[in-house]
Design a protein around this ligand. Structure first.
Ligand code: TYD
Length: 342
Protein backbone atom coordinates (compact mmCIF):
# COMPACT_ATOMS: atom_id res chain seq x y z
CA UNK A 1 0.00 0.00 0.00
CA UNK A 2 1.05 3.60 -0.52
CA UNK A 3 0.46 5.06 2.93
CA UNK A 4 0.26 8.63 4.18
CA UNK A 5 1.29 8.45 7.83
CA UNK A 6 0.75 11.69 9.74
CA UNK A 7 2.62 12.53 12.94
CA UNK A 8 5.33 10.10 11.90
CA UNK A 9 8.13 12.05 13.59
CA UNK A 10 6.44 11.69 16.97
CA UNK A 11 6.65 8.86 19.47
CA UNK A 12 4.09 6.27 18.32
CA UNK A 13 4.20 7.51 14.72
CA UNK A 14 7.96 6.99 14.33
CA UNK A 15 7.78 3.48 15.77
CA UNK A 16 4.96 2.73 13.37
CA UNK A 17 6.90 4.03 10.35
CA UNK A 18 9.80 1.73 11.23
CA UNK A 19 7.54 -1.26 11.83
CA UNK A 20 5.60 -0.88 8.58
CA UNK A 21 8.73 -0.35 6.48
CA UNK A 22 10.53 -3.33 7.97
CA UNK A 23 7.68 -5.83 7.82
CA UNK A 24 6.22 -5.25 4.38
CA UNK A 25 6.64 -3.56 1.03
CA UNK A 26 4.56 -0.48 1.89
CA UNK A 27 5.66 2.91 0.58
CA UNK A 28 5.25 5.52 3.30
CA UNK A 29 4.96 9.29 3.10
CA UNK A 30 5.40 10.77 6.57
CA UNK A 31 3.70 14.11 7.10
CA UNK A 32 4.68 15.90 10.29
CA UNK A 33 4.53 19.57 11.29
CA UNK A 34 7.61 19.12 13.54
CA UNK A 35 6.10 21.13 16.35
CA UNK A 36 7.53 20.79 19.83
CA UNK A 37 7.30 17.00 20.15
CA UNK A 38 7.93 16.02 16.53
CA UNK A 39 11.59 15.12 16.15
CA UNK A 40 13.37 14.26 12.92
CA UNK A 41 16.00 12.41 14.96
CA UNK A 42 13.32 9.74 15.45
CA UNK A 43 13.52 9.02 11.70
CA UNK A 44 17.23 9.79 11.20
CA UNK A 45 18.14 6.23 10.22
CA UNK A 46 15.65 6.36 7.31
CA UNK A 47 17.55 8.98 5.30
CA UNK A 48 17.77 7.69 1.74
CA UNK A 49 15.33 4.82 2.33
CA UNK A 50 13.78 4.00 -1.03
CA UNK A 51 10.25 3.44 0.28
CA UNK A 52 10.05 6.41 2.64
CA UNK A 53 9.58 10.13 2.07
CA UNK A 54 9.33 12.84 4.70
CA UNK A 55 7.26 16.00 4.22
CA UNK A 56 7.10 18.79 6.76
CA UNK A 57 3.56 20.13 6.97
CA UNK A 58 0.34 20.50 8.88
CA UNK A 59 -2.64 18.14 8.60
CA UNK A 60 -4.89 21.24 8.61
CA UNK A 61 -3.30 22.35 5.31
CA UNK A 62 -5.92 21.04 2.90
CA UNK A 63 -4.14 21.87 -0.41
CA UNK A 64 -0.97 20.16 0.85
CA UNK A 65 -2.83 17.04 1.99
CA UNK A 66 -4.70 16.82 -1.32
CA UNK A 67 -1.49 17.23 -3.34
CA UNK A 68 0.31 14.52 -1.34
CA UNK A 69 -2.54 12.06 -1.79
CA UNK A 70 -2.59 12.74 -5.52
CA UNK A 71 1.15 12.82 -6.20
CA UNK A 72 1.97 9.72 -4.15
CA UNK A 73 -1.13 7.77 -5.22
CA UNK A 74 -2.02 7.28 -1.57
CA UNK A 75 -4.19 4.24 -0.85
CA UNK A 76 -4.21 4.30 2.93
CA UNK A 77 -4.03 7.06 5.57
CA UNK A 78 -2.95 6.51 9.17
CA UNK A 79 -3.57 9.54 11.35
CA UNK A 80 -1.15 9.62 14.25
CA UNK A 81 -0.78 13.40 14.22
CA UNK A 82 -2.20 14.90 17.39
CA UNK A 83 -1.70 17.20 20.30
CA UNK A 84 -1.39 14.55 22.98
CA UNK A 85 -0.54 15.90 26.41
CA UNK A 86 -3.42 16.39 28.85
CA UNK A 87 -1.60 19.02 30.93
CA UNK A 88 -0.88 21.14 27.85
CA UNK A 89 -4.53 20.89 26.82
CA UNK A 90 -5.44 22.64 30.07
CA UNK A 91 -3.15 25.56 29.10
CA UNK A 92 -4.09 25.82 25.39
CA UNK A 93 -7.28 23.91 24.47
CA UNK A 94 -7.70 25.66 21.09
CA UNK A 95 -4.63 24.06 19.53
CA UNK A 96 -6.03 20.65 20.52
CA UNK A 97 -9.35 21.35 18.81
CA UNK A 98 -7.52 22.56 15.73
CA UNK A 99 -5.20 19.59 15.23
CA UNK A 100 -7.27 16.77 16.71
CA UNK A 101 -10.67 17.71 15.30
CA UNK A 102 -10.17 20.09 12.37
CA UNK A 103 -7.01 18.34 11.15
CA UNK A 104 -8.70 14.94 11.28
CA UNK A 105 -11.59 16.43 9.31
CA UNK A 106 -9.24 17.69 6.59
CA UNK A 107 -7.63 14.24 6.22
CA UNK A 108 -10.98 12.45 6.13
CA UNK A 109 -12.46 14.73 3.50
CA UNK A 110 -9.34 14.69 1.31
CA UNK A 111 -9.13 10.91 1.63
CA UNK A 112 -12.78 10.38 0.82
CA UNK A 113 -12.69 12.62 -2.25
CA UNK A 114 -9.59 10.87 -3.57
CA UNK A 115 -11.08 7.40 -3.09
CA UNK A 116 -8.51 6.28 -0.49
CA UNK A 117 -9.39 2.71 0.49
CA UNK A 118 -8.32 2.65 4.15
CA UNK A 119 -8.30 5.31 6.87
CA UNK A 120 -7.01 4.44 10.32
CA UNK A 121 -7.61 6.95 13.09
CA UNK A 122 -5.30 6.50 16.09
CA UNK A 123 -7.49 7.45 19.03
CA UNK A 124 -7.14 6.88 22.78
CA UNK A 125 -8.81 5.03 25.64
CA UNK A 126 -9.17 8.40 27.38
CA UNK A 127 -12.26 9.07 25.24
CA UNK A 128 -14.13 6.76 27.65
CA UNK A 129 -13.35 9.04 30.59
CA UNK A 130 -12.63 7.77 34.09
CA UNK A 131 -13.65 4.14 34.58
CA UNK A 132 -14.01 3.40 38.29
CA UNK A 133 -14.66 -0.33 37.84
CA UNK A 134 -14.64 -2.87 35.01
CA UNK A 135 -13.30 -2.35 31.51
CA UNK A 136 -14.34 -0.06 28.68
CA UNK A 137 -15.83 -1.75 25.64
CA UNK A 138 -15.84 -0.21 22.19
CA UNK A 139 -19.61 0.38 22.36
CA UNK A 140 -19.51 2.28 25.66
CA UNK A 141 -20.65 5.86 25.89
CA UNK A 142 -17.80 8.32 25.43
CA UNK A 143 -17.28 10.61 28.41
CA UNK A 144 -14.00 12.50 27.89
CA UNK A 145 -13.04 14.82 30.72
CA UNK A 146 -10.18 16.99 29.44
CA UNK A 147 -9.84 19.23 26.38
CA UNK A 148 -7.30 16.67 25.16
CA UNK A 149 -9.57 13.64 25.41
CA UNK A 150 -12.63 15.60 24.25
CA UNK A 151 -10.78 16.72 21.12
CA UNK A 152 -9.60 13.15 20.48
CA UNK A 153 -13.20 11.96 20.89
CA UNK A 154 -14.19 14.59 18.32
CA UNK A 155 -11.74 13.23 15.75
CA UNK A 156 -12.68 9.65 16.62
CA UNK A 157 -16.45 10.05 16.11
CA UNK A 158 -15.95 12.29 13.09
CA UNK A 159 -14.00 9.44 11.48
CA UNK A 160 -16.75 6.96 12.33
CA UNK A 161 -19.36 9.29 10.83
CA UNK A 162 -17.52 8.99 7.50
CA UNK A 163 -18.28 5.29 7.50
CA UNK A 164 -21.91 5.72 8.50
CA UNK A 165 -22.51 8.53 6.02
CA UNK A 166 -20.25 7.87 3.04
CA UNK A 167 -19.13 4.26 3.55
CA UNK A 168 -15.58 5.65 3.62
CA UNK A 169 -13.65 2.66 5.06
CA UNK A 170 -12.53 4.00 8.39
CA UNK A 171 -11.14 2.01 11.33
CA UNK A 172 -10.35 3.43 14.76
CA UNK A 173 -7.91 2.23 17.42
CA UNK A 174 -8.22 3.32 21.05
CA UNK A 175 -4.89 2.64 22.72
CA UNK A 176 -4.03 2.85 26.39
CA UNK A 177 -1.05 4.66 27.94
CA UNK A 178 1.90 3.87 25.72
CA UNK A 179 5.54 3.84 26.82
CA UNK A 180 8.92 3.06 25.28
CA UNK A 181 11.98 4.65 23.64
CA UNK A 182 11.71 8.10 21.98
CA UNK A 183 8.78 9.34 24.07
CA UNK A 184 8.84 13.09 24.70
CA UNK A 185 9.78 13.60 28.34
CA UNK A 186 6.61 15.51 29.30
CA UNK A 187 4.82 12.17 29.73
CA UNK A 188 4.79 10.34 33.03
CA UNK A 189 7.31 7.53 32.45
CA UNK A 190 10.01 9.44 30.51
CA UNK A 191 9.62 12.47 32.79
CA UNK A 192 10.11 10.37 35.90
CA UNK A 193 12.96 8.34 34.39
CA UNK A 194 14.94 11.36 33.19
CA UNK A 195 14.30 13.32 36.41
CA UNK A 196 15.40 10.35 38.49
CA UNK A 197 18.60 9.92 36.44
CA UNK A 198 19.38 13.56 37.31
CA UNK A 199 18.32 13.22 40.98
CA UNK A 200 15.47 15.68 40.37
CA UNK A 201 12.13 15.40 42.20
CA UNK A 202 9.32 13.25 40.76
CA UNK A 203 5.97 15.10 40.86
CA UNK A 204 3.13 12.64 41.59
CA UNK A 205 -0.27 14.20 41.10
CA UNK A 206 -2.71 13.95 44.02
CA UNK A 207 -2.37 10.75 46.04
CA UNK A 208 -0.56 8.91 43.21
CA UNK A 209 -3.18 6.15 43.29
CA UNK A 210 -4.57 6.78 39.80
CA UNK A 211 -4.46 3.71 37.58
CA UNK A 212 -3.33 3.41 34.00
CA UNK A 213 -3.01 0.38 31.72
CA UNK A 214 0.53 0.46 30.31
CA UNK A 215 1.11 -0.65 26.72
CA UNK A 216 4.56 -1.10 25.17
CA UNK A 217 4.89 0.98 22.00
CA UNK A 218 5.86 -2.14 20.00
CA UNK A 219 2.63 -3.87 21.10
CA UNK A 220 0.62 -0.74 20.31
CA UNK A 221 2.09 -0.54 16.79
CA UNK A 222 1.46 -4.25 16.23
CA UNK A 223 -2.19 -3.64 17.17
CA UNK A 224 -2.45 -0.70 14.78
CA UNK A 225 -0.92 -2.78 11.97
CA UNK A 226 -3.35 -5.62 12.63
CA UNK A 227 -6.33 -3.26 12.48
CA UNK A 228 -4.96 -1.58 9.35
CA UNK A 229 -4.70 -4.90 7.53
CA UNK A 230 -7.57 -6.90 9.01
CA UNK A 231 -9.95 -4.55 10.85
CA UNK A 232 -13.54 -4.33 9.74
CA UNK A 233 -14.51 -0.98 8.21
CA UNK A 234 -16.51 1.28 10.52
CA UNK A 235 -15.22 -0.54 13.58
CA UNK A 236 -13.38 0.56 16.73
CA UNK A 237 -10.67 -1.60 18.33
CA UNK A 238 -9.36 -1.12 21.87
CA UNK A 239 -5.61 -1.72 22.26
CA UNK A 240 -4.42 -2.30 25.82
CA UNK A 241 -1.41 -3.85 27.51
CA UNK A 242 -3.29 -5.57 30.34
CA UNK A 243 -0.82 -3.94 32.76
CA UNK A 244 -2.91 -1.94 35.19
CA UNK A 245 -0.67 -0.15 37.66
CA UNK A 246 -1.04 2.73 40.12
CA UNK A 247 1.19 5.70 39.33
CA UNK A 248 2.88 5.44 42.72
CA UNK A 249 3.80 1.81 42.03
CA UNK A 250 5.33 2.70 38.66
CA UNK A 251 7.25 5.61 40.21
CA UNK A 252 8.65 3.28 42.89
CA UNK A 253 9.62 0.70 40.25
CA UNK A 254 11.49 3.36 38.27
CA UNK A 255 13.38 4.49 41.37
CA UNK A 256 14.20 0.90 42.38
CA UNK A 257 15.47 0.00 38.89
CA UNK A 258 17.70 3.08 38.83
CA UNK A 259 18.91 2.54 42.40
CA UNK A 260 17.51 5.90 43.52
CA UNK A 261 15.86 6.86 46.82
CA UNK A 262 12.12 7.28 47.40
CA UNK A 263 13.02 10.67 48.87
CA UNK A 264 12.80 11.96 45.29
CA UNK A 265 9.00 11.45 45.28
CA UNK A 266 6.79 14.50 45.81
CA UNK A 267 3.01 14.48 46.06
CA UNK A 268 1.90 17.66 44.32
CA UNK A 269 -1.40 19.43 43.57
CA UNK A 270 -3.53 17.19 41.39
CA UNK A 271 -4.31 17.80 37.71
CA UNK A 272 -7.84 19.28 37.38
CA UNK A 273 -10.32 16.72 36.00
CA UNK A 274 -7.74 13.94 36.47
CA UNK A 275 -9.13 10.57 35.30
CA UNK A 276 -8.86 8.18 38.24
CA UNK A 277 -8.66 4.98 36.27
CA UNK A 278 -8.54 3.83 32.63
CA UNK A 279 -8.89 0.20 31.54
CA UNK A 280 -10.08 -1.40 28.31
CA UNK A 281 -11.38 -4.76 27.15
CA UNK A 282 -9.36 -5.84 24.09
CA UNK A 283 -11.33 -8.98 23.17
CA UNK A 284 -12.26 -7.58 19.77
CA UNK A 285 -8.66 -7.00 18.72
CA UNK A 286 -7.60 -10.33 20.22
CA UNK A 287 -10.22 -11.82 17.88
CA UNK A 288 -8.07 -10.54 14.97
CA UNK A 289 -5.13 -12.56 16.33
CA UNK A 290 -3.34 -9.79 18.22
CA UNK A 291 -2.20 -9.94 21.84
CA UNK A 292 0.32 -7.85 23.78
CA UNK A 293 3.70 -9.59 24.02
CA UNK A 294 5.76 -7.44 26.36
CA UNK A 295 5.32 -7.83 30.13
CA UNK A 296 5.35 -4.41 31.80
CA UNK A 297 8.36 -4.95 34.07
CA UNK A 298 10.44 -6.16 31.11
CA UNK A 299 9.32 -3.27 28.87
CA UNK A 300 9.94 -0.74 31.64
CA UNK A 301 13.49 -2.02 32.22
CA UNK A 302 14.25 -1.85 28.47
CA UNK A 303 12.83 1.68 28.35
CA UNK A 304 14.96 2.77 31.31
CA UNK A 305 18.03 1.36 29.57
CA UNK A 306 17.17 3.27 26.40
CA UNK A 307 16.96 6.58 28.27
CA UNK A 308 20.24 5.79 30.05
CA UNK A 309 21.93 5.06 26.72
CA UNK A 310 20.41 7.99 24.79
CA UNK A 311 21.06 10.93 27.09
CA UNK A 312 21.84 13.32 24.25
CA UNK A 313 18.37 12.63 22.74
CA UNK A 314 16.46 13.77 25.83
CA UNK A 315 18.94 16.31 27.21
CA UNK A 316 18.59 18.33 24.02
CA UNK A 317 14.79 18.35 24.49
CA UNK A 318 14.91 19.13 28.18
CA UNK A 319 17.19 22.12 27.65
CA UNK A 320 14.95 23.70 25.00
CA UNK A 321 11.24 24.66 24.89
CA UNK A 322 10.56 22.07 27.55
CA UNK A 323 12.37 24.03 30.22
CA UNK A 324 9.88 26.88 30.34
CA UNK A 325 6.93 24.49 30.23
CA UNK A 326 8.39 22.51 33.13
CA UNK A 327 8.97 25.64 35.16
CA UNK A 328 5.36 26.82 34.68
CA UNK A 329 3.86 23.40 35.22
CA UNK A 330 5.87 22.17 38.19
CA UNK A 331 8.05 24.70 40.05
CA UNK A 332 5.38 25.98 42.44
CA UNK A 333 3.75 22.61 42.85
CA UNK A 334 7.07 21.01 43.75
CA UNK A 335 7.88 23.73 46.29
CA UNK A 336 4.53 23.12 47.97
CA UNK A 337 4.57 19.32 47.54
CA UNK A 338 4.93 16.74 50.28
CA UNK A 339 7.52 13.99 50.50
CA UNK A 340 6.66 10.29 50.56
CA UNK A 341 5.77 9.09 54.07
CA UNK A 342 5.46 12.60 55.53
P1 TYD B 1 0.42 11.07 31.31
O1 TYD B 1 1.70 10.45 30.89
O2 TYD B 1 0.30 12.56 31.24
O3 TYD B 1 -0.73 10.36 30.46
P2 TYD B 1 -2.36 10.49 30.60
O4 TYD B 1 -2.67 11.69 31.42
O5 TYD B 1 -2.77 10.66 29.20
O6 TYD B 1 -2.81 9.22 31.23
O7 TYD B 1 0.10 10.65 32.81
C1 TYD B 1 -0.02 9.30 33.20
C2 TYD B 1 -0.46 9.31 34.66
O8 TYD B 1 0.57 9.90 35.45
C3 TYD B 1 -1.69 10.17 34.91
O9 TYD B 1 -2.50 9.56 35.92
C4 TYD B 1 -1.13 11.47 35.40
C5 TYD B 1 0.11 11.05 36.16
N1 TYD B 1 1.19 12.06 36.17
C6 TYD B 1 1.76 12.46 37.39
O10 TYD B 1 1.36 11.99 38.50
N2 TYD B 1 2.75 13.40 37.36
C7 TYD B 1 3.21 13.93 36.20
O11 TYD B 1 4.12 14.80 36.25
C8 TYD B 1 2.64 13.50 34.96
C9 TYD B 1 3.12 14.06 33.65
C10 TYD B 1 1.64 12.55 35.00
Amino acid sequence: MNILLTGGAGFIGSHLVHRLLSRSEHHIVTLDALRYSGNLANLGDLDGHGRHAFVRGDICDQPLVEALIREHRIEGIINCAAETHVDRSLLDPASFVRTNVVGTGVLLEAGRRAGVRRFLQVSTDEVYGSVETGMSNEGDLLAPRSPYSASKAGGDVLALSYWATYRFPVVVTRGTNTYGPNQYPEKFIPLFVTNAIDDQLLPLYGDGRQCRDWLAVEDHCAGIEQVLLHGEAGTVYNVGGGNERENLTVAEQILACLGKSKDLLRFVTDRPGHDRRCAVDCSRLRGLGWSPQIPFEEGLRATLRWYQEHESWWRRIKSGEFRQYYEEQYRRRLEEGTACGS
